[in-house]
Design a protein around this ligand. Structure first.
Ligand SMILES: Nc1ncnc2c1ncn2[C@@H]1O[C@H](COP(=O)(O)OP(=O)(O)O)[C@@H](O)[C@H]1O
Ligand SMILES: [Mg+2]
Length: 214
């Protein structure tokens, strides 16, 4: 089952073309890695998939099981793109709690369990403004997975993480995929992260996105 299908998608900004007639799809229950150098359009690709940016031509089809009733946005989707906005003067737990209240689906224990999984101490009194880049990254991953989201769209999830945290996060994503069947799409400019985790690799090159065979 195809969760996302992109048909003849083209996108450029001003005179620079990023994508020309891109046709790719993402199947349910698999892990996809997207790689390409800085500026190749990884974040733009994810914004197009999430409906934050419209393609110039072509379309993105989201499977009805994964779509909001009224529009084409993916639902039950955990997203990290660019730098998430947090309330700087609150703790990590308080920030996640504030987000959890919106949907009111999860308990404090669920938040605590998620924080443990990503390697954050939920009792930490430190405000998010004093968090390191890696800690902020863990917080954004927590936010993307804490409500049992079925589709995870993670832009550079390993950025800023130390070696041990990268290994922990890789294991976490593998578990979410293998034991809970989550569909995961992530980007990295680091080929090793992609090779170790992805079932299918898409490479952005020369305005095209194609399957990378290693
Ligand atoms: N909203 C925008 N307006 C104009 N140019 C943009 C916009 N978003 C991204 N770009 C440009 O598109 C290119 C790809 O950006 P991006 O997807 O962020 O690259 P990356 O692969 O590093 O994630 C960059 O040259 C960037 O400057
Ligand atoms: Mg990017």
């Amino acid at each position: 089952m195809k969760v996302i299908q992109m048909e003849n998608v083209s996108k450029g900004f001003n005179k620079s073309i990023l994508f020309k007639n891109v046709n790719i799809s993402f199947d349910k229950g698999k892990i996809y890695g997207v790689f390409g150098p800085n500026g190749s359009g990884k974040s733009v690709l994810f914004k197009i998939i999430c409906g934050f940016i419209q393609p110039d031509r072509g379309k993105v089809n989201i499977h009805s099981d994964f779509k909001q009733p009224k529009d084409n946005f993916p639902k039950s989707c955990g997203i990290i793109i660019d730098h998430p906005a947090y309330i700087a003067n609150k703790t990590g737990f308080e920030n996640l709690k504030r987000l959890a209240i919106i949907q009111d689906k999860i308990s404090d224990d669920d938040i605590i369990e998620t924080m443990n999984k990503v390697g954050l101490d939920w009792k930490l009194k430190q405000k998010v403004k004093h968090y390191s880049i890696g800690m902020k990254q863990k917080l954004s991953i927590a936010q993307a997975i804490m409500e049992n989201q079925q589709l995870l769209i993670l832009d550079e999830p390993f950025n800023g993480l130390d070696k041990k945290s990268v290994a922990n996060m890789r294991q976490l994503f593998t578990d979410l995929n293998k034991t809970e069947g989550k569909t995961i799409i992530f980007t990295s400019h680091n080929q090793e992260d992609i090779l170790m985790l992805a079932d299918t690799i898409y490479e952005i090159d020369n305005q095209q996105i194609s399957i990378y065979h290693n």
